[in-house]
Write a protein that binds this ligand. Structure first.
Ligand code: ZN
Length: 316
């Protein structure tokens, strides 16, 4: 984690937020969004997904966006790759970190990436081998994400044991980081606390654990706080709450980045992110997606009187 911060926020809006967006978000708009967010202090930005443009035209400009992202300074630039082929392109683009996701529930994984969980783990193993064998790619961080770890729209409840088993398999296969995701917004804070305690106790500090929540049923931020209390220090979120899931009908987006930063800063956890600068970037989303309703209560209500973000307090 970058020095001087207590929690690491990761902007996933440019990937998770845009992947189901039918309106093409202009390349210039994407670059402006991510550049300004890096300047606002965001420690990590997921820039795109490396998928065939025919499948997801939204990411047809992936190489261009990553190239621009790599010109910025100070943030980890990551990208999602759903398979070995995508990983190859991602490594060639020069990203710092590759995110790979597999659903804990078999049927969700099949619906999402058309493979069994076993096949997904094997593909990840090949990605690790490719990374290790590609000159210049050796330092790229490989993060394995566990989707539907707290519930599945097809299978319902997902057991903690199933999550722990899949996590262990990814670590054994060579994952540098894990991400635990409530992809469909089923989780409650009590469940989150139990799950994150277990995963963190088992794998940290060797393998950092990240959290990924959706606000589908209004518990996204409560879940983030529960994960924080369980010891989690890495959180995905998306500016203005963009996003959803094609396999979670009516799913609202990721937790709202601006509200997450407000929550953390108010709880005394330094994010290193300038909230005012962050909120101002919403305008770029509004311009590029005029038909989208932007989420986020902090942007609407503003800072409470006398609010002092933890990051603004100078270290002793
Ligand atoms: Zn998501």
């Amino acid at each position: 984690m970058r020095s001087g911060i207590d929690v690491e926020c990761r902007e996933v809006g440019l990937r998770d937020g845009l992947q189901i967006q039918e309106t093409f978000f202009t390349t210039v708009g994407k670059i402006k969004w991510l550049t300004l967010e890096v300047e606002a202090g965001m420690p990590e930005v997921e820039a795109c997904s490396f998928v065939p443009p025919k499948l997801l035209p939204q990411f047809a400009d992936a190489i261009e966006v990553v190239a621009a992202a790599l010109k910025t300074k100070g943030s980890i630039i990551s990208a999602l790759a759903p398979n070995l082929r995508g990983a190859k392109d991602a490594f060639a683009s020069g990203i710092h970190k590759l995110n790979y996701v597999t659903s804990v529930s078999e049927s969700h994984n099949m619906a999402n990436v058309r493979r069994t969980v076993d096949e997904s783990v094997e593909d990840f193993r090949k990605i690790v081998e490719l990374r290790n064998a590609t000159p210049g790619a050796e330092n790229i961080i490989l993060a394995a994400g566990l989707s539907t770890a707290l519930g599945c729209t097809i299978e319902g409840q997902v057991s903690e044991d199933a999550v722990m088993r899949l996590a262990a398999r990814f670590v054994e296969a060579g994952a540098d980081e894990l991400m635990v995701a409530d992809t469909v917004g089923y989780a409650n804070p009590q469940q989150v606390k139990g799950m994150f305690r277990k995963v963190i106790e088992e794998f940290e500090p060797a393998i950092p654990i990240g959290a990924h929540f959706h606000d589908t049923r209004g518990l996204g931020l409560a879940n983030a706080f529960a994960a924080l209390e369980a010891g989690c220090r890495r959180f995905d979120a998306s500016l203005a709450g963009l996003g959803g899931c094609p396999f979670a009908p009516n799913a609202t987006g990721n937790i709202v980045m601006d509200d997450l930063v407000f929550l953390m800063e108010g709880a005394g956890m330094k994010t290193g992110v300038d909230l005012d600068k962050l909120v101002a970037i919403r305008e770029i989303i509004a311009q590029n997606l005029p038909n989208e309703t932007l989420s986020g209560m902090y942007a609407k209500a503003g800072a409470p009187k006398g609010f002092t973000p933890a990051s603004s307090i100078a270290a002793e």
